[in-house]
Write a protein that binds this ligand. Structure first.
Ligand SMILES: C[S@@+](CC[C@H](N)C(=O)[O-])C[C@H]1O[C@@H](n2cnc3c(N)ncnc32)[C@H](O)[C@@H]1O
Length: 200
């Protein structure tokens, strides 16, 4: 692996603040987070591998938490593109608002279920990508179905939904809703994660 291939490491104090906030919220909402620490740089890189950064103008992320994937998306996002993040945990929303300042970022306090309403409200066209690490396996089936259907409808025909999960339970639902689903795996993460690339 060359230095360029190695995932980047952020400043110590900022990283410590993120880890501590994430861990505290894990103890409050273990089923919502699924892990005591945020995604590893290896998982983030694998998840975002299929993204065409030159083409993408609208990316939506569900469940940004402390912004681990959000920061990586922003570091590669086109200057004229928009990243919309939807997060249900108010502490995370507040943290993101206080720690990331980027005019391309729209931080929404709310559920992934509202994707189309939020794109409409912001006057944005269909999304190139939806990036999701929310706990599909522990949410009620009707909420999961609403989010998956809503995501497919909010995507451009040539867009894609990029999903990571700690359990394979959502796979049959992904196959039901999307026309094609490719599966991957990232072992260097706590816990190791499944990665799904879904075409509408
Ligand atoms: C496993 S954590 C992911 C954190 C971050 N993306 C990362 O990679 O480290 C899941 C996040 O999804 C959020 N979440 C759960 N259900 C959600 C929903 N319906 N809509 C938006 N966010 C949700 C949780 O609050 C939590 O921040």
């Amino acid at each position: 692996m060359t230095a360029q291939d190695r995932p980047s490491v952020m400043a110590g104090s900022e990283r410590r603040a993120q880890l501590s906030l994430f861990a505290r919220n894990f103890f409050k909402h273990p089923r919502m987070l699924g892990s005591i620490i945020p995604s590893s740089p290896y998982l983030v890189r694998r998840l975002l591998e299929p993204v065409d950064w030159e083409r993408a103008r609208v990316i939506v992320e569900y469940g940004p938490g402390v912004g681990t994937i959000t920061r990586e998306i922003l570091s590669r996002l086109h200057p004229e593109a928009t990243l919309v993040v939807l997060e249900t945990n108010e502490e995370f929303v507040d943290f993101l608002q206080r720690s990331i300042f980027d005019p391309r970022l729209q931080i929404i306090s709310g559920s992934a279920e509202t994707i189309q309403a939020e794109l409409d409200r912001l006057g944005l066209p269909a999304a190139d990508y939806v990036v999701a690490g929310i706990p599909f396996s522990t949410m009620p089936a009707e909420v999961r179905e609403r989010i998956l259907e809503g995501s497919r409808e909010a995507l451009l025909p040539e867009g894609a939904m990029l999903v990571y999960q700690f359990s394979p339970k959502v796979l049959p639902d992904l196959r039901q809703v999307f026309s094609a689903v490719e599966c991957g795996f990232e072992p260097i993460n706590i816990p190791p994660a499944k990665v799904y690339f879904c075409r509408p």
